[in-house]
Design a protein around this ligand. Structure first.
Ligand SMILES: Nc1nc2c(c(=O)[nH]1)N[C@@H](CNc1ccc(C(=O)N[C@@H](CCC(=O)N[C@@H](CCC(=O)N[C@@H](CCC(=O)O)C(=O)O)C(=O)O)C(=O)O)cc1)CN2
Ligand SMILES: [Zn+2]
Length: 755
């Protein structure tokens, strides 16, 4: 048997890629320095794989920003407004990803969306009627050439034509099928170019096959691949899927003239049944996704071996369930972690060893590894808290329902808050500038005291409150300067969570997160935000919005334990956050935002699973958090990057008073769905994209507000950016907000007949 991985993390063991890329963006590093750093990272990662004994090292999984964008770029899917900027290759690429603003030139970034059910985001390729799909890029071929010059056995990977065309956005009249001919020709050319190299395998990533597929999708897939595979190729081809099962297309897949099929046997549990019931051809190799690419727990060898042996498959390559992009680099950089927990962890590097050990065990010479692993699994010991369990046992239906109804509350709250029409607010965070980060870094290293750390943040809060008052925002925030991350920070104040020092996972572009680990039963150890919010409120006569992260998001953006159900974990977290909500209310905070940024993210990929597997417990968990507040307390929530067109009713069911969400990078199509579904919650559709450094003009914001008001009743609309401002610089944040307020004043004036 042999081994490989679907993909390896690419930001670098110490986030080297992030650091050099951000320097390059700030003109503090040259393009040569950036390219050299990238080469060093790729070479190091191939060496790590080879040294761990992995048989086929992975090329093509590196990216300066995102793999989907790389593929679009390779295939000339570059809208003209970016070409007109007249930039060099790499800067044009970054312009698509981040937008561009220089003198007169100003172009928005392409939209960014959640990559399936992960916290990774891809750039959505934009295709219009004049897009000419053909091979124009070189980066893939250069990477493959470099890999094959260093390693004998190389597997290259690329996003497949079906997934690319499925995920792209079509802004003209032509649709995916209209681009099939050119796309097939382009991939045939990729085949031809790769044929000149010595790669052993080409992995074509087709994760879009795990969605619900229509007959049309299936025919489209088959048509593309029948033509593509007719192209001569000396390498073997593996069609790789992940994040779910391929129930709609399995028979087609096993009949294709490819040498390999990559199936996720963990998240795609049903793939096991497909193989057992429908068989697996002896002339194909199963890339068996048995080492989890999403969780951080050690693999239980006995179970994996049983799984492999239970399948009627002749030929295997042992692999990961998906790319290791979604896990941190190595546990070796976590010397201070609770040793009881540490022994149960496997990050990317450790997962390579697991593949090798499993390979040995299956070959009959891994007894020592198997025994050690069995011993480890005999001793899992999650911290238990009887109080937490008792509290959950006592919950009744009433705990999940806030009184009175939202309609009643809206009247009470209009009188209570006396806000102007189209109230303006922000999503919570203000720029986490170098001074904010370095203050925290100093505190972490013990260079300053807790009091000094807090004093600095208080000054920041005072400044930002003053700024918001000056520019005329209506509902203020304290700026979230005290938070390293909206999930990690809450985890740090909750019992049951553990933290890493270096376990970074890429979220988008140069940005990464360090998800906390849920290891024991969860409860609130202490008040979390009360002092900060109360202090901020004391500085102003305007309303101060308290800012919390909701239970579903804390759960989804942590590494969850797997010995209890997600429902149980989320309920534990919900009760902890409920304590905080009531504490905030008791301390005079009357507007409380409970962020559920990640609610949409883990919505099952198949519609049939949406309610039973997820929404039926995720929505109640949110209600549990706020059900006990007074009618005069206004509950806000926030969601980002959400395509929730199909779950509008479920969002209303959260029973929040106000919701803000992302709507600006994409079109405003969601607003139509809100209207069509008689959405009841008051809404703040984000009017500009905070993930790009570009500053929106007042006129452009007036235009967007008017578009929103054309669809939604004025009394239900709030005006805000589409997410928190933490990733922005001070200048961008300040000017954008000034324009936001100015635009709102202008529209309000017009509404009231003043010009
Ligand atoms: N968990 C999570 N998921 C999310 C989001 C989110 O906010 N959180 N937002 C959406 C978009 N995704 C995002 C993901 C990351 C970041 C982000 O800003 N990440 C920061 C890190 C944030 C952080 O943890 N900061 C820490 C550590 C910062 C750091 O790097 N410190 C330096 C030292 C700095 C110094 O000495 O001055 C170091 O460790 O080397 C802190 O502030 O304390 C980054 O990549 O740069 C933003 C959005 C969706 N998913
Ligand atoms: Zn957000």
């Amino acid at each position: 048997m042999t081994t490989t991985v679907v993909g390896f993390p690419r930001i670098g063991e110490h986030r080297e890629l992030k650091r050099i890329t951000e320097k390059y963006w700030k003109n503090n590093a040259t393009q040569t320095e950036l390219l050299e750093a990238a080469t060093a990272i790729k070479e190091k990662h191939w060496d790590i794989q080879a040294q761990a004994g992995i048989d086929f090292v992975s090329a093509g999984d590196f990216s300066f920003f995102d793999n989907v964008l790389d593929t679009a770029y390779l295939l000339n899917i570059i809208p003209n407004r970016y070409r007109e900027l007249d930039l060099d290759d790499l800067d044009q690429y970054f312009a698509l990803a981040r937008g561009y603003q220089e003198g007169e030139k100003s172009v928005k970034a392409l939209p960014m969306k959640k990559w399936f059910n992960t916290n990774y985001h891809y750039i959505v390729p934009e295709i219009n009627d004049t897009t000419q799909i053909k091979v124009t890029g070189n980066r893939l071929f250069d990477d493959v050439a470099l890999a094959t010059s260093k390693h004998a056995n190389v597997k290259a990977s690329i996003v497949g034509p079906f997934t690319l065309l499925k995920l792209a956005r079509y802004i003209g009249t032509k649709q995916a099928a209209d681009f099939a001919v050119d796309t097939i020709a382009a991939y045939r050319e990729i085949f031809a170019k790769l044929n000149e190299t010595s790669i052993a395998w080409l992995q074509i990533d087709e994760p879009a096959l795990v969605f619900d597929l229509t007959d049309e999708d299936k025919a489209f897939f088959q048509d593309i691949y029948t033509q593509l595979l007719a192209q001569e190729h000396g390498f073997k081809v593996n069609i790789q899927t992940y994040f779910g099962d391929v129930r709609d297309i399995y028979s087609t897949l096993v009949a294709l003239p490819v040498e390999g099929l990559g199936l996720d046997l963990l998240e795609g549990k049903y793939n096991r049944a497909l193989i057992k019931e429908l068989g697996f051809p002896n002339d194909k190799i199963l890339f068996a996704g048995v080492v989890n690419g999403k969780n951080i727990w050690r693999n239980e060898y006995r179970k994996t071996v049983e799984l492999i042996k239970s399948l009627p498959v002749e030929n295997y390559i042992l692999s990961t369930s998906c790319s290791l992009l979604h896990v941190p680099f190595t546990t070796a950089n976590e010397p201070n972690l609770n040793p009881d927990l540490l022994q149960h962890l496997a990050f990317a590097v450790q997962k390579l060893t697991e593949l090798k050990e499993l390979d040995a065990i299956l070959a009959g010479n891994g007894d020592t590894a198997l025994e050690a692993n069995e011993e480890l699994f005999a001793s899992v010991n999650h911290p238990f808290d009887a109080n937490v369990h008792a509290r959950i046992d006592q919950l009744t239906e009433a705990d999940y329902h806030r009184q009175p109804s939202r309609e009643e509350r809206a009247k009470i709250q209009k009188a209570e808050f006396n806000l102007p029409e189209l109230p303006t607010t922000t999503i919570g965070s203000f720029p986490q500038t170098a001074d904010v980060r370095s203050n925290r870094a100093k505190f972490r290293k013990g260079e300053i005291t807790r009091a000094e750390y807090d004093a600095f943040n208080r000054e920041k809060i005072a400044d930002i409150v003053k700024f918001q008052e000056e520019i005329g925002l209506d509902v203020l925030v304290h700026g979230e300067f005290e938070r390293n991350d909206m999930v990690e920070y809450f985890g740090e104040h909750l019992a049951g969570f553990e933290f890493t020092k270096n376990a970074w996972v890429q979220s988008y572009g140069s940005r990464a997160v360090k998800p906390p680990i849920i290891w024991g039963d969860v409860s609130r150890k202490e008040a979390i935000t009360v002092e900060t919010s109360a202090y901020a409120q004391s500085l102003t006569d305007k309303w101060m919005k308290g800012m919390l992260t909701g239970p579903v998001t804390i759960f989804n953006w942590s590494f969850p334990r797997e010995d209890i159900t997600p429902e149980e974990s989320v309920t534990q977290i919900a009760l902890a956050i409920q304590d905080e909500v009531l504490d905030l209310e008791a301390h005079g905070i009357k507007i409380i935002q409970i962020d559920e940024a990640a609610l949409r993210e883990k919505l099952p990929l198949r519609k049939s699973d949406w309610f039973k597997e997820y929404l039926d417990w995720a929505v109640p968990a949110f209600r549990l958090v706020h059900s006990k507040v007074e009618p005069t307390t206004q509950i806000h929530t926030h969601m980002c990057y959400s395509e929730f067109n199909d779950i509008v009713k479920a969002i209303d069911d959260l029973d929040a008073d106000v919701i803000s969400f992302e709507a600006s990078r994409s079109d405003l199509s969601l607003i139509e769905d809100l209207k069509a579904n008689n959405f009841e919650t008051e809404v703040g559709p984000g009017i500009y994209d905070i993930h790009s450094p570009r500053i929106p003009s007042k006129d452009e914001l007036v235009d967007i507000i008017n578009k929103i008001l054309a669809k939604l009743p004025t009394e239900k609309v709030w005006i805000n950016p589409d997410c928190g401002l933490k990733t922005r610089g001070d200048k961008e944040a300040t000017e954008s907000l000034e324009n936001l307020v100015a635009a709102t004043f202008e529209v309000r004036g017009k509404l009231n007949g003043i010009n």
